[in-house]
Design a protein around this ligand. Structure first.
Ligand SMILES: Cc1ncc(COP(=O)(O)O)c(C=O)c1O
Length: 430
């Protein structure tokens, strides 16, 4: 736990890393941006003491790596582990499979040899992109709530410029509001669609507004689409790649971690214009020198059309059942508001009427319900918390959350509420 971590001398570190290290030391108190990790660590500690904890904090769809992937990884183990190294951009067969899938799904022809880079998870793609693209002080527009896109911006000495999306407008991405933030230093806009943490699926209108802005103001767009295709009936999923006119300024980032439950393979990739992918290749060449060939080989069968379509249909059916159960139950609790997400495996209930910080709320849930959830503050959205629906015990987790939240005092003045809840939390912490 943070309290028992040794004190470190931070002054030697680069300023942007010092900032992160400081946040890490204070993570139990602030939760920004390490709140999810804090709650998971606290949950593991309780579990090691014999408590039964259900983990719904980290965003997982399932922990079951597809059998076809395990089989292929095993089958090629010897050959892949001992053969020659793959190019820094990634194994040609995997990049060809990625290009084939992109064409099949989105109708876009991609040159597998120059426009794709395989990385260690999509997070590494995001870090490489910022390192390859940004000069010190370059600005990146990051709509909030957000996954951790601002951190690689800072690590690359760029400047995140936050745009607070309005929950009352269902987090609508209004390109006019983006436009107001553009300066002569703006270089990139980040979008996440389907959206972590809110579960929004952006409309074609929102996307085309952002595409138009990027062209008008000569900006790049990073589209994190790690939840691509993870959309419940109704709204279709539109990738930014649909807009041909942004082809030379769009970097689409995808992951094997979510759709294919392959978190521990740490595999992701970027598709973008050759000059940007080459820049990212330069960063990869002198950092990781490439991704384990064994894992790249093993991942190829996941991209097979027949397998993928069935796998995704099964995943959506399972998560939709969990989503509908959770939304119905949670909305029956006075003081809690949750809208039904259009995509992803995530729920993002609003809890501000309980008058406590999202960190305190999640600590309370952990202690009272034995359920680990992610505090909104980690995603720049205090007043919310995030539930991942991937757990095998999700309905039990929702029942426990419902019971615990029903015990919270509410309908009192905000000030009184805060005082009473602080007392509840500090009692729980003892
Ligand atoms: C929106 C989003 N992007 C990127 C990632 C990083 O995923 P990975 O590095 O495992 O591909 C996550 C993980 O939760 C995510 O939710």
């Amino acid at each position: 736990m943070p309290a028992t971590r040794p004190k470190r001398r931070r002054e030697v570190l680069a300023s942007q890393v010092q900032e992160l290290a400081k946040a890490y030391d204070e993570m139990e108190k602030t939760g920004e941006p390490f709140g999810t990790l804090t709650i998971v660590e606290m949950g593991r500690k309780l579990e090691s003491q014999g408590r039964d904890i259900i983990f719904c904090a980290e965003s997982i769809l399932s922990t079951q790596v597809p059998q076809v992937v395990l089989d292929e990884t095993g089958r090629t183990f010897r050959e892949a582990s001992t053969g020659s190294e793959a190019p820094f951009l990634g194994l040609p067969e995997l990049r060809q499979a990625i290009a084939g899938r992109f064409k099949r799904l989105y109708g876009r022809e991609v040159d597998w040899n120059t426009e794709i880079i395989v990385t260690s998870g999509s997070m590494q793609s995001e870090y490489y992109l910022m390192s390859a693209l940004l000069n010190p002080g370059d600005e990146v527009i990051v709509p909030t709530p957000t996954f951790f896109f601002d951190i690689p911006v800072k690590l690359a000495r760029g400047k995140p410029v936050y745009l607070k999306l309005d929950p009352e407008k269902n987090y609508y991405h209004d390109s006019r509001r983006f436009r107001d933030l553009v300066t002569n230093k703006t270089k990139l806009i980040t979008i996440c669609n389907p959206h972590n943490p809110t579960g929004r699926v952006l409309t074609e209108e929102e996307l085309s507004g952002i595409a138009k802005l990027a062209i008008d103001r000569d900006l790049y767009i990073m589209h994190d689409q790690v939840y691509e295709r993870m959309v419940y009936g109704g709204r279709p999923y539109v990738p930014m790649a649909k807009f041909k006119e942004v082809q030379d300024r769009l970097i689409s980032i995808t992951s094997f971690s979510k759709l294919f439950n392959m978190m521990n393979y740490r595999l992701g990739y970027s598709i973008g214009p050759a000059n940007i992918i080459h820049g990212m290749e330069m960063v990869q060449s002198f950092s990781s020198m490439g991704i384990p060939v064994l894992l790249q080989k093993g991942a190829i069968p996941a991209l097979n059309k027949g397998f993928e379509d069935k796998h995704i249909a099964d995943t959506i059916a399972r998560l939709q059942k969990a989503r509908d159960y959770a939304v119905r139950k949670l909305n029956s609790v006075e003081g809690m508001r949750v809208s039904s997400p259009e995509g992803t495996n995530l729920l993002f209930p609003e809890i501000s009427s309980f008058g406590m910080s999202s960190m305190d709320f999640c600590k309370y849930l952990l202690d009272e319900a034995g359920v680990a959830c992610a505090p909104g503050i980690a995603y720049h959205a205090d007043g919310h918390f995030r539930i991942s629906l991937g757990s095998d015990r999700i309905e039990e987790a929702i029942d426990r959350i419902t019971t615990a939240v029903s015990k919270l005092p509410r309908r009192v003045s905000k000030k009184d509420n805060r005082t009473r809840l602080k007392a509840t939390v500090s009692m729980a912490a003892r």
